[in-house]
Design a protein around this ligand. Structure first.
Ligand SMILES: [Zn+2]
Length: 298
């Protein structure tokens, strides 16, 4: 199945009241595990890489093209609908690197930008992207995040319905990430409180799909409530690396007798494939929570 445009995936999710997961990858194994989970569950999915925890020198010297090509190749061979996303680029220039690289959607991490730069750079990215049939996710408001295990809400601000309406009207983004109590980078005990009523109010003010970042730390019941209130895309990153990392440590705790088997073989003894199976199970579980399981058939 060729790449499916992100707006098309999210429109189907909106009609059927579920959310498509963006499960952020970091290597070939995690991309493969994400697609395998989607195939096993008969679920649409969004695959890709993100700039938020990546080295920007690396991204801008071939990393974007490398992962765009792998993502597009995996999507083209899949039997389920897949969109590819270059998530949270740190600038217009970096996001523009995703155009033509194999991603059919891009997003900039704009939290902390002043309003004028936010509006003008986002509108410019939309104009450049739409000419090559790439969709743009925008964001308004700022998430709190976990820094060194502690909640840092200093730069956080909720998305207001008025600001969301103005932002969407001025920029023409295809979907909108909202800050409604969700938190980035949760791995520990912090439990966010998602403001379900605010999601509904924002949904009434704009006519584009709404996105919930910070899927790692949001409890399943809150995620389900957020989806019922109108969220059609949920981003998960940190938790996936946590699951993969723990499985990898468990695998590497044993002596590696045959390195040719253990690294890159894709046979049963491949340690990254085995960690990928743990990752796949967690993604399958999240697809059930998001309600996207079984939604690949239209
Ligand atoms: Zn995010």
């Amino acid at each position: 199945m060729p790449l499916v445009p992100l707006p098309e995936l999210l429109s189907h999710a909106g009609k059927k009241k579920y959310a498509v997961g963006y499960f952020e990858s970091w290597d070939v194994y995690s991309l493969e595990a994400t697609v395998a989970a989607a195939e096993a569950n008969g679920s649409p999915v969004i695959i890709g890489i993100g700039g938020l925890s990546s080295n920007h020198d690396w991204l801008q010297s071939g990393g974007i093209e490398l992962y765009g090509a792998i993502s597009a190749s995996l999507a083209a061979r899949a039997t389920v609908p897949i969109a590819t996303l270059f998530n949270e680029a740190d600038s217009f220039r970096e996001a523009a690197g995703g155009l033509g690289a194999g991603f059919n959607s891009v997003m900039m991490h704009t939290q902390g930008w002043d309003q004028e730069k936010l509006l003008s750079d986002t509108a410019s990215l939309v104009a450049a992207s739409h000419t090559v049939n790439v969709a743009v996710e925008g964001e308004i408001g700022a998430l709190a995040e976990i820094k060194d295990g502690v909640l840092d809400a200093a730069g956080a601000s909720y998305t207001s319905p008025e600001a969301a309406e103005l932002f969407v009207r001025e920029t023409g983004v295809d979907c909108l990430a909202v800050a409604v109590g969700n938190v980035h980078f949760v791995t520990g005990s912090h439990i966010p409180t998602v403001q379900v009523d605010l999601i509904k109010q924002i949904g009434n003010a704009v006519d584009v799909p709404l996105v919930l970042h910070g899927g790692s730390g949001t409890p399943d019941d809150q995620t389900r409530q957020a989806i019922a209130a109108g969220i059609t895309k949920v981003n998960v990153g940190t938790k996936l690396k946590y699951v993969f990392g723990n499985a990898l440590v468990a695998e590497l705790g044993q002596p590696t007798e045959d390195p040719n088997l253990a690294f890159g073989s894709r046979f049963e003894g491949d340690v990254n494939s085995r960690a990928g199976q743990a990752l796949m199970r967690e993604i399958q579980r999240l697809m059930d929570v998001f309600g996207s399981t079984g939604q690949a058939t239209r």
